[in-house]
Design a binder for this molecule. Structure first.
Ligand SMILES: [Fe+2]
Ligand SMILES: [Fe+2]
Length: 253
């Protein structure tokens, strides 16, 4: 591949190479290419197939990813789909040490699952939606709220605007208007402090030397996450398709 190729040519070439080697063609969702600032048309599946008639467009399991059980549990997603979860595990342990209720320990354990498994932007909203059918309403509310409350200090619990945000986003960064609006709504909500607690236990949970195993929370998950017997993605819930998107992120249709 040479440097004069456009992003989409590069993607086409990669996909061609993959289909030559693997007998299947991966066509990414628009969202992935837009994240690469690539607005070009999707690779032409028919043209790729014409060059490699054995190849088929990916509709089933993706052989490049670890196999998922037929009825995946939350723990299976941690094991086979989510990225490193050290931050979430540390945050949950911190919540235990802080004496939080079990459901709030679960909220801390899950607060960033969208960042490590789905979509980054607005991750608190996505994460809350992912777990909504399976946890208490307060847990969903708190996960959504942490997204917003992270940007606002609360002296009553010693929470300051994160120094890391000043560094990461610049000293002049201001949250979007819809975040500000949500903050005003959340500030007066009966569960405000639950959302706030996620931010409190969030901030101390980035220690590269602390190791926490998911097994430490098996019981908390068992008691507080209503695992559907059909498996996440197959229980006909309003969010089942979102879990399926993580099982087969490159499914063509
Ligand atoms: Fe977060
Ligand atoms: Fe976090």
């Amino acid at each position: 591949m040479n440097d004069t190729m456009t992003l989409s040519q590069r993607a086409d070439a990669l996909e061609q190479k993959m289909s030559d080697e693997l007998d299947y063609i991966v066509i990414k969702s628009r969202l992935y290419s837009m994240a690469d600032a690539d607005l070009s048309p999707a690779p032409n599946a028919a043209a790729i197939m014409a060059k490699n008639p054995r190849a088929r467009v990916l509709m089933g399991d993706d052989p490049r990813l670890p196999e998922m059980p037929a009825k995946p549990t939350l723990v299976d997603f941690f094991k086979y789909r989510f990225g490193p979860a050290a931050h979430l595990l540390q945050s949950a342990r911190h919540a235990v040490k802080g004496g939080l209720s079990e459901k709030m320990v679960l909220a801390c354990l899950l607060h960033d699952i969208s960042t490590i498994g789905f979509i980054r932007g607005d991750h608190g909203y996505w994460g809350a939606q992912l777990v909504e059918p399976y946890v208490e309403e307060e847990v969903t509310w708190a996960i959504r709220a942490h997204q917003v409350l992270r940007f606002y200090p609360d002296e009553s619990v010693g929470y300051e605007y994160p120094a890391s945000y000043v560094k990461t986003f610049g000293a002049d960064y201001r949250p979007d208007a819809y975040v500000e609006e949500d903050y005003k709504r959340m500030r007066d909500h009966k569960w405000y402090m639950s959302g706030r607690m996620i931010t409190v236990h969030d901030i101390y949970s980035f220690d590269p030397d602390v190791r926490v195993e998911l097994e430490e929370f098996t019981d908390v998950i068992g008691r507080n996450f209503r695992q559907p017997k059909e498996g996440l993605g197959f229980d006909n819930s309003p969010v089942a398709h979102m879990w399926r998107a993580m099982i087969r992120p490159a499914k063509y249709l």
